[in-house]
Design a protein around this ligand. Structure first.
Ligand SMILES: [Mg+2]
Length: 190
């Protein structure tokens, strides 16, 4: 039997992008500090400082290299999943951030070969059996395509948390992946 393809997102799935971007935003604009709970969609233009831009918020040089690993279980669980399945890392990276993201992966997860590193915003075009992601649009598109999903609960996907299987820690993720892959499949929840 061929290996199952497990697609894993980067930002706010295996590392923390939004908290770090908020940190720099608040340092630059202390008169309008943001909290993560305010981030209820991927469009932050209504809540960030009037002088802030997409480029300032997400385009800070080296931002993607310094992101913290999601939690203390993340690296070992991704390694465990990759020993059993075909793990691909799929990230909707800004073109300028691709090198930074690959550097991050090499530093923290050197067991991921470069042929398993996919830069793709339209993730639904890829073949995979299971997607682990925080992006509501990605979870919805995967479900639409009949794929299995595990969501990472974040404020911006709160409206989906009752209808998708969610896991807020990487502790035991490998086991959950196996359960989801061997289970009845669709629906995504359960
Ligand atoms: Mg993400």
């Amino acid at each position: 039997m061929s290996k199952k393809i497990v697609a894993i997102d980067m930002d706010d799935t295996i590392c923390h992008l939004v908290p770090k971007a908020i940190h720099y935003h608040n340092a630059a604009y202390p008169d309008l500090p943001l909290t993560i709970d305010q981030v209820i969609s991927f469009d932050l233009s209504g809540i960030w400082h009037p002088e802030c831009t997409e480029e300032i918020f997400f385009g800070r040089p080296k931002l993607y290299e310094e992101l913290e690993v999601f939690d203390e279980h993340t690296i070992e669980e991704v390694r465990r999943i990759s020993e059993e399945h075909d793990v691909i890392i799929v990230t909707a990276a800004r073109p300028s951030a691709v090198q930074e993201k690959w550097n991050w992966l090499q530093r923290h997860m050197p067991f991921i070969p470069f042929e398993n590193f996919f830069v793709a915003k339209r993730k639904y075009l890829l073949e995979f059996d299971l997607l682990i992601d925080d992006g509501p649009h990605n979870l919805l598109a995967a479900r639409e395509a009949g794929k299995r999903t595990i969501g990472i609960p974040r404020p911006w996907n709160s409206t989906l948390q009752n209808e998708f299987l969610m896991k807020d820690s990487w502790n035991g993720m490998g086991e959950l992946v196996n359960n989801v892959l061997s289970g009845p499949g669709f629906p995504a929840k359960g």
